[in-house]
Design a protein around this ligand. Structure first.
Ligand SMILES: *Cc1c(COP(=O)(O)O)cnc(C)c1O
Length: 369
């Protein structure tokens, strides 16, 4: 049996009729920059998240970057960010000219450890940028309390957590603003690059809207030096077509995760993801840990099971940030995570026998060779 990490062909085929309809609508409308398709998805996504505003942008990295620009967080400012996130979170900060200050995660949840945040705050700190990694909501109550006490903004990197909740609130509506990615492999993915910003802050929404479109409200009248980072109407239409399925896909992901939790408990040497309250995790990734991760990955590959490592190199050791002068050993939890994590296949449409094959393949791993 061959198990891909993610089957984009099947995922696309399952909503082919809706996607074809969206494509036809855009071609018939002849509006290829902004316009009704973009505003209509923005309205739908804002509603889904429970935020007052959504602004469609080019991708997830731009979403985070434009939020920082909108808050005028740049030169001389510091932003607290997890040490173990995808590099985009860090790049958004350096793009804006600010300094990324990595803080280690809670090793049990992979998310920013609130107990370590205060020690990283300086007079230059302007914001905390929690990431809901793997689809699991970060400790937003604690983070918001610290931010409120210190006068900091909370900017959520919600790129992996479409639909995750804390209590009755959706991620993306809990902080001051949130950046979303609709990269094809995300839980809600376009057929190319796409992103969005959600916020309840009217002024920031207005500012991001301005910045994504050359700094102009009226064509050829540029109020500020903006960017070209607009959500493409075709991608907006594809996203609108897929959105009604998102809740069902999330429930499927949660059911598969439960099967993994049950099937893989008590496997010697294997650490499973934490048992988070169901609504708080939408399982963008199912990440296990093993001391012999590389051997386990080879074994699974021999069994026909494709796995990935999210992420093999933490940002502080990345070639991209060599100039920051960070050292190996400086963020040991992030390094330990990078050395031991393995993401196993989890996607809507995964059948029970495929899940069982992954479980049995992991159980048949004999380490120590
Ligand atoms: C995917 C992702 C991003 C960036 O999204 P793009 O659309 O690829 O730019 C940012 N942060 C995290 C945590 C992500 O997983």
């Amino acid at each position: 049996m061959k198990v891909p990490f993610l089957d984009m062909i099947k995922a696309t085929a399952s909503v082919r009729k809706e996607l074809d309809g969206a494509y036809d609508r855009v071609l018939n409308a002849g509006q290829f920059i902004l316009g009704a398709e973009v505003s209509s998805f923005e309205t739908a996504w804002a509603k889904m998240v429970g935020a007052r505003h959504c602004i469609g942008v080019g991708n997830g990295l731009d979403a985070l970057h434009l939020i920082l620009k909108a808050y005028e967080i740049g030169e001389g400012a510091e932003v607290i960010v997890p040490s173990n996130t995808y590099i985009a979170t860090h790049l958004a900060i350096t793009y804006a000219g600010a300094v990324a200050v990595p803080v280690e995660p809670d090793e049990a949840t992979f998310n920013l450890d609130p107990a370590l945040i205060e020690a990283a705050i300086t007079p230059r700190t302007r914001a905390i940028m929690p990431v809901h990694l793997h689809g699991r909501a970060a400790a937003m109550r604690e983070i918001r309390e610290i931010a409120a006490a210190k006068g900091l903004k909370v900017i959520e990197d919600a790129a992996q957590a479409h639909g995750a909740k804390v209590g009755s609130a959706s991620v993306g509506a809990i902080g001051d603003a949130a950046g979303w990615s609709f990269y094809p492999g995300k839980n809600l993915g376009a057929l190319g690059d796409a992103g969005g910003v959600t916020t309840n802050d009217d002024a920031i929404a207005d500012r991001v809207r301005l910045l994504r479109n050359y700094g102009s409200r009226a064509k050829y009248f540029n109020e500020v030096q903006g960017y070209n980072s607009r959500l493409d109407p075709l991608q907006a239409a594809f996203l609108s077509a897929k959105l009604p399925f998102l809740d069902g896909w999330i429930r499927e992901r949660q059911a598969i995760a439960e099967r993994y939790n049950a099937g893989l408990k008590n496997v010697a040497g294997l650490t499973l993801p934490p048992l988070t309250p169901a609504a708080e995790c939408v399982w963008h990734l199912y990440v296990v840990r093993h001391a012999e991760r590389d051997a386990l990955q080879r074994h699974l590959s021999d069994c026909g099971v494709e796995t990935l490592i999210h992420y093999p190199v933490p940002p502080h050791l990345s070639g991209a940030f060599q100039s920051e002068g960070w050292k190996k050993g400086q963020f040991p939890i992030a390094e330990r995570i990078a050395d031991t994590v393995l993401s196993i296949p989890l996607y809507p449409g995964m059948t029970d026998d495929v899940v069982s094959h992954v479980v049995e393949s992991i159980k048949s791993f004999k380490g120590g060779r």
